[in-house]
Ligand binder design. Structure first.
Ligand code: NAP
Ligand code: HSE
Length: 440
């Protein structure tokens, strides 16, 4: 196809993801231009520190520290927001959208906090907001859910949505490696967020779960309305215990909707999954998501969920969509608020009513009667114990006690945990993990 029009792209952010886009775009440009029928130019880039060494070659004259100037530049039609953070990113995104530009974003924290406002601004300004890189890195999951599976309602979507946490859990299990050193390695590899708590405390997964819940059900669920628990308290001993019980441990986002009661439930927590399930076997920086539609049945998506190249792949796919839209008007029906179903009727299930089975690890005084006291507390809270494992602890006179339970609910489990934590024979805070027999 003959390229006639020139479209200019502005990058706000030239860090891990921005440099990945710059690097791969240089290689792909001629091919994309010929396929899309336009000349495409990486016009300007905003960074925080003009003096920082970068792995890509870029003329100094193209760099600025003023991201808003890039977003409002009349010569730029497509703005890629790859800075991270929320407040500046929000201003930049809204400034571009109100001027009718197309914004490509990898920023799940921003979308989770301000998605409704962003889509409204796009509608009012005549712009578009594309966000494939915001969920599941290089896996085209947004496209799959909103386009490929448009015929479906979604009773269940669940999976691994954070590459950093999956990398840490994998290395802890495989190498018995200490948590801190694996986290440092994930940072070095460009997987982790600038604010690492977003990853390890589960918030990044919650942001992605919120975006998926909106795409699937048309409802924005805020992280404060979900159970959000991270991986920081998991120890190598938990992998040994889980294996003895036939499970692996994964940090999962679980989004379910009961279409009879129209209740939706969104939660993020480390989960014991049967070791032979596909998702339990997904390792390293890979994400894996099981999407069950009422028409298609269950579909599975696996791929690298973080890192420079995987994320650049998703950003460049949005850039190609943006160019196709500007040149040919193609795909617009999937790019606005109408992306998500409009019914918005689903109500949120109160977290305390969520039902499931549990794994509880306690450090206890290794004395007569302690197990009986623990069992009494579980019984008083109507928690039925399914199995007990006891090991001696490194600390003299203590033992590690691992209980699994039959099905109960969060309210009963939390009440039992509070009572257990008050026992003088229980040392430190009990660890609670959920057992998920979710299938694939
Ligand atoms: P990063 O390496 O920290 O890069 C951030 C970039 O933005 C840097 O170039 C920084 O400038 C620039 N920047 C930050 N604040 C700025 C400001 N106020 N004005 C101008 N420039 C500013 O982050 P990243 O890993 O590339 O992540 C970028 C976004 O992609 C985030 O929203 C992240 O959540 C998302 N994401 C990341 C991944 C991943 O695997 N890394 C995957 C999916 C999505 P300097 O270089 O001068 O510091
Ligand atoms: N920090 C995120 C992760 C980046 O590890 O999954 C990709 O969104």
């Amino acid at each position: 196809m003959r390229a006639s029009r020139t479209l200019n792209i502005g990058l706000c952010g030239l860090g891990t993801v921005g440099q990945g886009v710059w690097k791969h775009f240089g290689r792909l440009r001629a091919d994309l231009e010929s396929r899309l029928g336009a000349r495409i130019s990486l016009h300007r880039a905003a960074v925080r520190d003009l003096g920082k060494a970068r792995a890509v070659r870029i003329a100094r004259s193209k760099l600025t520290t003023d991201a808003l100037a890039v977003a409002t530049d009349p010569d730029i039609q497509i703005v890629c927001e790859l800075m991270g953070g929320v407040e500046t990113a929000r201003r930049v995104t809204l400034a571009a959208l109100t001027r009718g530009k197309i914004v490509v974003s990898a920023n799940k924290a921003l979308i989770c906090a301000h998605g409704a406002e962003i889509f409204a601004a796009a509608r009012r300004g005549g712009g578009h907001f594309l966000f494939e890189a915001s969920v599941a890195g290089g896996i085209p999951l947004i496209k799959a859910v909103r386009e490929g599976l448009v015929a479906n309602r979604f009773p269940r979507i669940y999976g691994i949505l954070n590459g950093t946490c999956n990398y840490i859990l994998t290395k802890m299990e495989e190498l018995d490696a200490p948590y801190a050193s694996v986290l440092a390695e994930a940072k070095r590899l460009g997987y982790a967020e600038a604010e690492e708590a977003l990853d390890v405390e589960g918030w990044d997964t919650a942001h992605k779960a919120s975006i998926l819940a909106w795409l699937a059900h048309g409802v924005w669920v805020r992280p404060e309305q979900m159970i959000v628990e991270g991986i920081e308290r998991i120890t190598p001993a938990d992998f040994v215990n889980a294996e003895a019980l036939g499970y692996g441990i994964k940090l999962l986002a679980i989004i379910t909707r009961d279409f009879d009661t129209d209740q939706i439930c969104v939660r993020v927590h480390p989960t014991l999954l049967p070791r032979d399930s596909v998702i339990a076997r997904v390792s390293g920086v890979y994400n894996a998501i099981s999407v069950t539609g009422d028409v298609v049945g269950t579909t599975l998506y696996i791929g690298r969920g973080a890192g420079q190249d995987a994320t650049a792949s998703a950003v460049i796919s949005d850039i190609a969509d943006a160019v196709a839209l500007l040149v040919h008007g193609k795909g617009a029906q999937f790019m606005g608020e109408e992306t998500a179903p409009a019914d918005g009727r689903a109500r949120l299930m109160p977290p305390e009513r969520i039902r499931g089975r549990y794994y509880v690890r306690l450090t206890v005084a290794d004395l007569p009667g302690v197990l009986a006291r623990v069992a009494t507390i579980m019984a008083r809270n109507r928690m039925s114990i399914a199995s007990v494992i006891q090991h001696p602890c490194d600390r003299e006179g203590t033992a590690s006690l691992v209980l699994t339970t039959h099905e109960s609910d969060e309210r009963s489990m939390r009440s039992a945990l509070r009572a257990l934590a008050r026992l003088s024979s229980v040392r430190g805070e009990p660890l609670l993990l959920r057992i998920g027999d979710l299938g694939d």
